[in-house]
Design a binder for this molecule. Structure first.
Ligand code: AP5
Length: 217
């Protein structure tokens, strides 16, 4: 199964991707995480991407496409893959289709997570992330057991630079303009598109995702 998780910032793509990967053993390819890792490592890609990410804009297509192409070459054959945060533009979607065709693969399923802007803002403003293991929390909706520390490894949590209120509105605008049209793009493809309401808690949303995909509890 090659699956795309699509949806606006803060809707829960990362949260649902982790739960689904735990349940299925599928790998995750998360372009936001790949870019943050590159930035922290000070690679040329990370340095180039930083200014776009901090402003809440998309990193240029050619950089993303090259990064995903490299990542695809490292995936084990036959494993299921969850793509989170990619593609985000029609140019990325077309390039992706060609890359997969060369590998004899195709996108089977697209899961579109949906929630109101008010819910997205609440989720994003409270998000705290672990720089070490990538676990994601929310100060109000999913707090860690010890304030400010990761439950998994005790590392101090951080507030993403692009999660501040002035950047969040731009990220939402960019999503509506550049990425939302991909829902129609995939509706017109051979992939099965599932729209999943995502206003409820993480476990309830995960049940709906698995029900849509027909994968077990
Ligand atoms: P990226 O990191 O992908 O950010 P995003 O798409 O904006 O998505 P988020 O990570 O903000 O949210 P999410 O949907 O994963 O929600 P999460 O599960 O964390 O990208 C960052 C930047 O990188 C982009 O702006 C761009 O610059 C660049 N980039 C990345 N990919 C690119 C590409 N393909 N092309 C160009 N540029 C690219 O949840 C959010 C919060 O809500 C958490 O606190 C969580 O605990 C909480 N929560 C989640 N679900 C629930 C729930 N059901 N109930 C209650 N709380 C919940």
């Amino acid at each position: 199964m090659y699956l795309i998780l699509l949806g606006p910032p803060g809707v829960g793509k990362g949260t649902q991707g982790v739960l689904l990967a735990d349940a299925t053993g599928w790998e995750r390819v998360v372009t936001g995480d790949l870019l943050r890792t590159a930035k922290d490592a000070g690679t040329p890609l990370g340095t180039q991407a930083q200014q776009y990410m901090t402003a809440g804009n998309l990193v240029p297509d050619h950089l993303i496409i090259k990064m995903v192409e490299e990542k695809l070459s490292t995936l084990s054959a036959g494993t299921g893959v969850i793509f989170d945060g990619f593609p985000r533009t029609e140019a990325q979607a077309s390039a992706f289709a060609m890359m997969l065709e060369a590998l004899g693969r195709t996108i089977d399923t697209v899961v579109v997570l949906e929630a109101d802007d008010e819910v997205l803002s609440e989720r994003i403003s409270g998000r705290r992330s672990c720089p070490s293991c990538g676990a994601v929390y929310n100060t109000v909706l999913a707090p860690p057991k010890k304030d400010g520390l990761c439950d998994v490894d005790g590392t101090p949590l951080f507030h993403r630079a692009d999660d501040h209120a002035d950047t969040v509105q731009n990220r939402l605008n960019v999503y509506r303009r550049e990425t939302e049209p991909l829902i129609e793009y995939y509706d017109g493809s051979k992939a099965v598109v599932h729209r999943v309401p995502s206003q409820e808690g993480p476990d309830e949303v995960q049940s709906k995702v698995r029900e849509a995909l027909g994968v077990g509890e």
